[in-house]
Design a protein around this ligand. Structure first.
Ligand SMILES: NC(=O)c1ccc[n+]([C@@H]2O[C@H](COP(=O)([O-])OP(=O)(O)OC[C@H]3O[C@@H](n4cnc5c(N)ncnc54)[C@H](O)[C@@H]3O)[C@@H](O)[C@H]2O)c1
Length: 451
C-alpha cells in the first residue's frame, strides 16, 4: 500500500521504516529539513537499536522515501499517518498545534480520497476535529482513524513488529478493513474500537503504568521506615498474575516524552469534564517527590550540598535511548544547582548531545565517566544504563574525594558498594531486610516448591 507518515520523530520514523519493511511503499515527511537530509543519506537522527540498518535496507529496496513537502508526498497516498509531537502547554493540556497544522495542510493539498490515521497521542475528540479541519478545504472522502502508539523508546523497532496489541479506532467497516490490511503481517491482537475509545485507551494505559511506578515508590518509602526491602516486596507482589512484575521498580520516578505529559493531559481532560481524578493527582505528586527524596539523601550523605562537586551518572530518561525529554535527571540537576552545588558534572553513553540543549549551562558534560568522578564529593546514579553496573567501581571509589553514592535507580548491589567503601544509599532497600544472604539485589533467588 502507498503510505505517508508525517513527522519523523521516534514514532513516525519507526512506524514509517517498519511499515516499509513489511513491504509497503512509505514516504516519510518532516518540516525539519536537516533531519530529512540525514535520513536521505541513511543516517538515523535518533538512537534506536536496529533502526538505522532498517532505514538503509528499505531506502536501498526503494520502499522508503523522505520528503519535506507534504503536497508532493501525498499525491498517490492511500493512507496518511500523523505522528507529530503533542507536548504539554503551560496548563498541562496537550498542545495540538502540530497535529492541527498537518490537518490544515492536508485539507489544502489532498485531491483524492484517503484514510488519515492519527498516531500522535491526543485527547478524545481530536480525530473528529482533524476530520472537520480537513473537510474545510477538501470535499472528498477522508475518514480519520485513531491508531495510538505504544512503542517504548530503546526497543521501538522490536515493539513495532511484536506489539502486545494494535488498537484501531474506526468509524466504518471500510476503514477497519484497510487498517487490518496495513498491519496484516504483524501477529498480535488487533483491538477494533470506536475512535473515542482508542484515543482514551492510550491515556488510560500510560496513566495506569505511571500509577504502578508511583505506587511502588510509595511502598519503597514505607519500606525504608519499617526495615523492608522494596525489591523483595515487588518481586513477591509481581508473582501474582493479577499484578504482574513490570513497572514495579522503585526509583527517582518516571520521565520521558510521554508519561509526564500524558498524565498531565488526562488530569486536565478529567478536570475540564468536571471530574476530579484524585488518584492521578497523587501519582504526579509522588513522582515529583521522588526526585526531592533522592536529592535529600545525597544532601545528607555529603553533609550538605552547598559548594560541593557532584557527578550525575546518566541523563537520558531511561537506558537505551538518547531522549532526555522530562528526564528525572534533568529535574535532579536543577534541584542540585538550587541547593548550591558548585560544580555539577554528568556523563551519559548516548544522551549528552541532547542534554546539552536543555541542561543548565553550568553542568559540565563528560564523555568519560572516570574523568567525571575525579575529585567529586558525591554522585547520583540517575539512569539505569546496564553498562553502569559494569564500571570499575573500585577505581571510581578511589578517584572520588568522598565516595558518596546515591543510586536513584536501584541498579547496583548495595552490599558490594558498601564493601567497596561507598557511603551508599538507594531507594527503599534496607540492607538487613533479607534473612538470606542469597537474596542479591536485582537477582532474586526463588526456592522451588516453597509456595
Ligand atoms: N516517543 C515515544 O516513545 C512515544 C510513544 C508513544 C506515543 N508517542 C506519541 O507520538 C507522538 C509523536 O511523538 P515523538 O516522540 O515521535 O515526537 P518527536 O518530537 O520526536 O517528533 C515529532 C516530529 O514531527 C515533526 N513535525 C512537526 N510538525 C510537522 C509538520 N507540520 N509536518 C511534518 N513534520 C512535522 C517534527 O519536526 C519532529 O521531527 C506524540 O503525540 C507522542 O506523545 C510517543
Amino acid at each position: 500500500m502507498n503510505i505517508v507518515v508525517v513527522g519523523t520523530g521516534y514514532v513516525g520514523l519507526v512506524t514509517g521504516t517498519c511499515l516499509a519493511d513489511l513491504g509497503h511503499r512509505v514516504t516519510c515527511v518532516d518540516i525539519d529539513a536537516r533531519k530529512i537530509d540525514f535520513l536521505k543519506r541513511g543516517t538515523s537522527p535518533i538512537y534506536e537499536e536496529g533502526l538505522e540498518a532498517l532505514i538503509q535496507k528499505n531506502i536501498h529496496l526503494g520502499n522508503l522515501l523522505f520528503f519535506t513537502s507534504l503536497t508532493s508526498a501525498v499525491s498517490d497516498a492511500e493512507i496518511i499517518f500523523i505522528a507529530v509531537g503533542t507536548p504539554s502547554d503551560v496548563s498541562g493540556k496537550a498542545d495540538l498545534q502540530y497535529v492541527y497544522a498537518v490537518a490544515n495542510e492536508l485539507g489544502q493539498c489532498l485531491d483524492h480520497n484517503v484514510i488519515v490515521v492519527n498516531k500522535s497521542t491526543v485527547p478524545v475528540g481530536t480525530a473528529a476535529e482533524v476530520g472537520r479541519m480537513i473537510a474545510q478545504n477538501f470535499s472528498g472522502a477522508c475518514e480519520v482513524v485513531s491508531c495510538p502508539e505504544f512503542l517504548r523508546e530503546g526497543t521501538a523497532v522490536n515493539d513495532f513488529f511484536h506489539p502486545d496489541r494494535i488498537v484501531l479506532g474506526v468509524r466504518s467497516r471500510a476503514a477497519e478493513d484497510v487498517m487490518l490490511k496495513v498491519f496484516e503481517a504483524v501477529q498480535c491482537p488487533k483491538v477494533v474500537t470506536t475512535v473515542e475509545s482508542a484515543e482514551m485507551i492510550k491515556y488510560a494505559s500510560n496513566a495506569f503504568l505511571a500509577t504502578k511506578i508511583s505506587f511502588i515508590n510509595e511502598i519503597a518509602n514505607i519500606c525504608e521506615r519499617v526495615g523492608a526491602n522494596v525489591e523483595e516486596v515487588a518481586y513477591g507482589m509481581g508473582l501474582d498474575s493479577r499484578i504482574g512484575n513490570k513497572f514495579l521498580r522503585a526509583g527517582i520516578g518516571y520521565g520521558g516524552s510521554c508519561f509526564p505529559k500524558d498524565i498531565r493531559a488526562l488530569n486536565q481532560i478529567a478536570g475540564i469534564n468536571g471530574y476530579d481524578f484524585k488518584l492521578l493527582k497523587g501519582v504526579i505528586e509522588v513522582n515529583n517527590n521522588q526526585r526531592l527524596l533522592a536529592v535529600e539523601k545525597l544532601n545528607r550523605l555529603t553533609g550538605g550540598l552547598r559548594g560541593k562537586t557532584i557527578a550525575m551518572l546518566g541523563v537520558a530518561f531511561k537506558s537505551n535511548t538518547d531522549d532526555v525529554r522530562e528526564s528525572a535527571a534533568i529535574d535532579i540537576s536543577e534541584l542540585l544547582l538550587e541547593r548550591g552545588v558548585r560544580y555539577l558534572r554528568t556523563h551519559d553513553p548516548a544522551a549528552l548531545m541532547n542534554a546539552k540543549k536543555i541542561l543548565d549551562k553550568r553542568v559540565a558534560l563528560f564523555e568519560d565517566p572516570y574523568a567525571m568522578v575525579q575529585g567529586c564529593d558525591g554522585m547520583m546514579l540517575a539512569t539505569e544504563w546496564e553498562q553502569f553496573r559494569h564500571l570499575d567501581w573500585q577505581k571510581i571509589r578511589s578517584m572520588m574525594r568522598t565516595p558518596v553514592l546515591v543510586d536513584g535507580r536501584n541498579l547496583l548491589d548495595p552490599v558490594r558498594m558498601q564493601r567497596l567503601g561507598f557511603l551508599y544509599d538507594s531507594i527503599g532497600r534496607t540492607l538487613t531486610a533479607s534473612p538470606s544472604s542469597q537474596f542479591k539485589t536485582n537477582r532474586v533467588v526463588v526456592r522451588e516448591g516453597n509456595k
